[in-house]
Design a protein around this ligand. Structure first.
Ligand SMILES: *Cc1c(COP(=O)(O)O)cnc(C)c1O
Length: 430
């Protein structure tokens, strides 16, 4: 079997998968340990053909997967393994570049800083900031807090009680205390807390619970006065700023110290790709630069290993480049607008139905809603058990709510209407 034939097999598999994914049950229906029990106990002694792997992928693995690339996947934050992203991942593996220093593969570093500059322009972020890619927002926030700590070691990190738990984890990792700040009626962080012992404030643009936007301009003003680092976590909602009408969500970020946006969330880039920008690259450099003898710095070049925790760095810039070029700014805006339109449509269907309510403002593509009498956790479970869709439930101010997060490029109005019918009929059956 030649590599070329296997490449065709893989291509056929991917093409067929993308065509049929919408017909598969969205969430896996397996018990813990069930997949493992069907896998061999040890690796094979003799090499096997790729075909054998593809067969087992279909028989053993796919039935145990939850299909994130399904148009009716609405749990957590939906995302997209888009065509350009899939193709670029193949090229990335073929090149297998390790982009740790400029010298390690010059074009990889230069493409990375270029596409981060492109993306900064698309989002209306300030020009001239340092930008690079981390694997996840979790890592980007660790990096930002490590940079903040160089200015003021040993203080407190403040974030909203609605902040993603990765913020608390990051504070713990860099040895800073973490404190939660209360939110207002719209679930946005209050800006009037005491900054006396703060090392950093993390403001969220698009919280994980309700996609609330913290008051970044006010927090930026206060942090600037107090000499406190402001990191903006716009992992999900930052992507909306490709549309001029959503630029408001990043207001004030130009006065923050760092900001993270995840193209692997709502910008159609496959896992993983998280964009981090800072106007204080020297603080990141102080936190992370170590120059061992075998990795001498190149004059006039940037070594991206000096701005984050990892030494080895994947060539993620290639897939972001592919996505930005394939869709173009107009294509990205059209998808974001469509997702927001679909979210508004869904919210309107909920509002119009007796016994249901929308539970929080929904400025982007995520709607929190509830049936006023039903057990909403049970409802989300029952709707997901149909295989038609995948929604997760959470708690907001002690109330059970269901979250419908739209973010897959294949999601259509039909998907949304069909999903609403499934949810309604599950509530009637309960
Ligand atoms: C998803 C999310 C994160 C975590 O992102 P990872 O890339 O999975 O680490 C952090 N903050 C917010 C607001 C998020 O929505």
């Amino acid at each position: 079997m030649t590599f070329r034939e296997d490449l065709d097999r893989a291509a056929d598999w991917v093409d067929a998968y993308l065509k049929r994914v919408g017909e598969l049950p969205v969430a896996a229906r397996v018990e813990p340990g069930a997949v493992r029990a069907r896998l061999p106990e040890s690796a094979p002694e003799q090499g096997e053909p790729f075909e054998a792997l593809l067969r087992d992928l279909d028989e053993l693995i796919v039935p145990g997967l939850t299909h994130w690339n399904h148009p009716r996947f609405y749990a957590w934050f939906a995302n997209t393994g888009s065509e350009p992203g899939i193709l670029a991942e193949l090229l990335i593996a073929a090149l297998n570049v390790n982009n740790m220093t400029w010298l390690a593969s010059p074009a990889a570093t230069e493409l990375e800083v270029t596409v981060l500059d492109w993306l900064a322009q698309l989002l209306g972020l300030p020009r001239g900031w340092h930008g690079h890619i981390e694997d996840t927002a979790s890592t980007a926030t660790v990096a930002a807090l490590a940079a903040a700590r160089t200015r003021k070691p040993g203080g407190v990190v403040y974030a909203s009680e609605q902040a993603n738990f990765s913020v608390e984890k990051a504070a713990r990792l860099v040895g800073l205390e973490f404190r939660k700040v209360e939110v207002d009626d719209a679930f946005a962080m209050r800006a009037d807390f005491d900054l006396g012992d703060a090392t950093a404030v993390v403001a969220t643009v698009g919280t994980t619970g309700t996609t609330a936007v913290d008051p970044v301009p006010e927090l930026a003003r206060r942090c600037e006065e107090a000499g406190v680092w402001l990191h903006v976590d716009a992992a999900y909602a930052g992507s909306a700023a490709v549309c001029p009408e959503f630029r408001w969500c990043l207001d004030g970020v130009e006065r923050a110290d760092s900001v993270v946006v995840n193209p692997h969330k709502w910008l159609f880039t496959p896992m993983d790709c998280s964009a981090l920008w800072t106007r204080r690259p020297e603080a990141f450099h102080e936190a992370f630069a170590l120059v061992p003898d075998y990795l001498a710095a190149t004059e006039a070049a940037v070594d991206l290993k000096d701005y984050g925790p990892a030494l080895g760095r994947r060539f993620r810039a290639l897939k972001l480049w592919a996505v930005l070029r394939w869709y173009g700014a107009e294509g990205l805006r059209a998808l974001i607008r469509e997702h927001v339109r679909l979210a508004q449509l869904f919210a309107a269907l909920v509002e119009a139905e007796p016994g249901w309510e929308v539970a929080a403002p929904h400025p982007f593509s995520t709607v929190c809603f509830r049936h006023v009498e039903a057990d909403n956790f049970e409802l989300a479970r029952a709707a997901t058990a149909t295989g038609e869709l995948f929604v997760a439930a959470t708690k907001l101010r002690g109330q059970d709510v269901i979250r419908l997060a739209i973010g897959n490029a294949q999601t259509t109005e039909d998907d949304i209407r069909r999903s609403w019918e499934v949810l309604r009929s599950c509530a009637i059956a309960q």
